[in-house]
Design a binder for this molecule. Structure first.
Ligand SMILES: C=CC1=C(C)c2cc3[nH]c(cc4nc(cc5[nH]c(cc1n2)c(C)c5CCC(=O)O)C(CCC(=O)O)=C4C)c(C)c3C=C
Ligand SMILES: [Fe+2]
Ligand SMILES: [Fe+2]
Length: 340
């Protein structure tokens, strides 16, 4: 039988048109600051074997039997302290970053955003980009420092979605940018601006990164080294401004030993030794979130003042600042080279 050209059936998927997409991805956040949605989000997040590297047979009973019955209520309370009319700060800022990138990159690309855990999901937004005709997609995890628990799990999830497609898009991924001059420049400019707007001069500036179990460092995860390099490069830019700089790791979770020194311990130690004025920045977070707005700006302040500190400032993340957006545009344009 000879082949005959046919008209496409009505349910045929759209024929693509060579478009280029960018998918900006961050960690994820609950849909509402209530125990139910927080439980759903934590169940997905903490079941990811990239995040908790304990065999499921040992971990799932602890997660389902203890953690998911206790933590959601406490975490929901924390989320309520930072929730905005538009939703969770992490989701709101990530969406705004995507909108700003769409405006800056113009019509030659379609920019969308997704969350690794919760909504909008990576598979859903990849499909949406493809439905708009994108055959080439730049996947952009918003993590300056690489780790298995952040960057790699975003790529895994996209790969899982692609694994179910007959006709896949071409994929590029944004590399970690922990030592990129564009990132270090943006941090220097933004932190300098924020520090000069304070009504006090800090004696110490903490650079607080999200923690990880120390074991991941010994297993070869570059996260700790990436954080230390960011910190060293930034310190070189901020030296000679009259304050000391210390690198710390926040948000301990579980019983294992985490990277040290711990941010909360250093806050208490500084206050106990007589430091009166402290500022804290979180250069590893591309958007303010629960961990910066509640853990640092609220709990951190309380800890410092309770122990005798007098002035405390939690600086904001790059978020949608002009320098932050210009930096993101530089990184994205570099990876889109040859595509647009
Ligand atoms: C920026 C990098 C991050 C790394 C590395 C990271 C590792 C990591 N996190 C947990 C456990 C929790 N993290 C939580 C919140 C949270 N974590 C990050 C980023 C990193 N996590 C962000 C941006 C956020 C904020 C999310 C938001 O909605 O605003 C939480 C949830 C909150 C809570 O219940 O305290 C947990 C739990 C582990 C175990 C881990 C290490 C591998
Ligand atoms: Fe985390
Ligand atoms: Fe936390």
């Amino acid at each position: 039988m000879t082949w005959q050209p046919q008209t496409l059936p009505a349910d045929h998927p759209p024929v693509k048109s060579g478009g280029v997409g960018v998918l900006i991805v961050n960690l994820g956040t609950p849909d509402a600051p209530e125990p139910g949605p927080v439980k759903r989000y934590l169940a997905e997040f903490l079941s990811d074997r990239r995040v908790v590297e304990i065999p499921p047979i040992a971990w799932q009973p602890i997660l389902r039997g203890i953690i998911l019955n206790t933590r959601p209520k406490k975490s929901a309370h924390a989320y309520r302290q930072v929730w905005t009319d538009e939703g969770s700060p992490l989701a709101v800022i990530t969406r705004q970053q995507a909108e700003a990138m769409q405006a800056r990159l113009g019509d030659s690309v379609t920019v969308d955003w997704a969350m690794r855990y919760g909504t909008p999901s990576i598979p859903e937004r990849l499909k949406a980009l493809m439905d708009k005709g994108c055959e080439r997609i730049l996947l952009a995890p918003m993590y300056p420092q690489y780790s298995g628990a952040t960057t790699a799990t975003v790529v895994d999830k996209a790969g899982e979605a692609l694994g179910k497609m007959r006709w896949q898009p071409s994929l590029r991924t944004l590399p970690p940018y922990h030592d990129d001059p564009a990132y270090i420049d943006a941090l220097e400019v933004d932190l300098t601006r924020q520090l000069s707007a304070l009504d006090f001069e800090p004696e110490v500036l903490l650079l607080s990164f999200h923690g990880m179990p120390e074991r991941t460092l010994h297993l070869g995860d570059p996260y700790h080294c990436h954080c230390m390099k960011t910190s060293r490069l930034l310190q070189a830019r901020l030296d000679g401004r009259g304050f000391r700089i210390r690198t710390t790791f926040q948000s301990r979770f579980g019983r294992a030993k985490w990277l040290e020194p711990a941010t909360d311990h250093v806050i208490a130690e500084e206050a106990a030794k007589g430091t009166k004025r402290m500022a804290i920045a979180a250069p590893g977070f591309s958007a303010d979130c629960l961990e910066t707005l509640e853990e640092l700006a609220m709990q951190g302040r309380d800890q410092f003042l309770e122990k005798g500190g007098e002035k405390f400032a939690a600086l904001t993340c790059l978020n949608t600042s002009d320098v932050g957006l210009a930096m993101l545009e530089t990184l994205l344009r570099r990876e889109l080279s040859g595509w647009i």
